[in-house]
Structures are given as structure tokens and as C-alpha cells.
Write a new protein. Structure first.
Length: 150
């Protein structure tokens, strides 16, 4: 019966992920001379996630969760696949066309079904310009740019 219990499998996958994350966090300092080190947050988060995964797995053993109840309906699954394809498209083209154009295109594709095309384009362009200004201009984070520098 446990073989067909989707909740048990999800709990085990999350537990293995959190355990891997915890082991990786041991490579970083827990405390530095200035205070908490880079290993403190991932160590505590992964430990908490592991505990929650164990509790979820125990609950899933008590209450059977079938795979049909957690999978999205056909239309929702198609929408998830479309969103993932937009994200993959962004990942593949951002190095060539730059952050601004790639993020504007991705956000426009995501928003075009919810707003009129010109509103979606305005939101996408404005959001991308703001994020580029914030990360590239203010925070000095290196972003992929095109030949025009944006």
C-alpha cells in the first residue's frame, strides 16, 4: 500500500533533498568573526525542512494520498508546461539578447492572457527596466547585456 502512496514518495524526496542540502551546508562556516556565517541559514533551513518532511511522511502513511489527487487537471498541467517552457526560453536566450529584452519577452508572454497586449507589454517593459536599474545600476550585480548595454 505504501508503494502507491504519493505522499510517502513526496515526503521521501523532500527528505533526501533536505539531507543533501544539509550536508552541503556543512562546507560553509557556521559563525564568522562578524557574526553568523554563510552556513548558518542553509543549515537551519535544511534541518527544519528534513523534520517537516519526516512529519509529512508519517502523516502520509496514516492517510493515503493517491497520485490523482495531487496532480493538476489537464488544463492546469498544460499551463504549468507553458510557464516552464517560457522559463527555459528565457534561460536560453538571456545570454544573447540581454536581460532587459529576455525578461520583457518572458513577462509579456506570461501576462498576455491576463491583460490587453499593450498593458501586458507596459507591465513587462516597466518591470524589466526597474529590475535592470535596481540590480545593474544600484546593486552593481553583473547581468547579461546585449551589444547596446541593456
Amino acid at each position: 500500500m505504501v508503494k502507491k502512496n504519493a505522499g510517502v514518495w513526496v515526503g521521501l524526496i523532500i527528505f533526501v533533498f533536505s539531507l543533501t542540502y544539509f550536508i552541503t551546508s556543512l562546507q560553509y562556516d557556521y559563525i564568522t568573526g562578524f557574526g553568523p556565517g554563510p552556513g548558518m541559514l542553509p543549515r537551519w533551513l535544511s534541518a527544519l525542512m528534513a523534520v517537516l518532511a519526516v512529519l509529512y511522511t508519517v502523516q502520509a502513511v496514516r492517510h493515503h494520498i493517491s497520485l490523482r489527487t495531487i496532480l493538476p487537471a489537464k488544463r492546469a498541467a498544460i499551463e504549468c508546461a507553458v510557464i516552464i517552457s517560457y522559463l527555459l526560453l528565457f534561460i536560453f536566450v538571456v545570454e544573447y539578447v540581454g536581460f532587459s529584452i529576455a525578461s520583457t519577452a518572458m513577462l509579456f508572454l506570461l501576462l498576455r492572457g491576463e491583460f490587453r497586449w499593450f498593458v501586458a507589454l507596459g507591465i513587462a517593459g516597466g518591470s524589466s527596466a526597474f529590475l535592470f536599474w535596481l540590480f545593474h545600476g544600484i546593486l552593481k550585480v553583473s547581468l547579461p547585456v546585449n551589444t547596446f548595454g541593456w
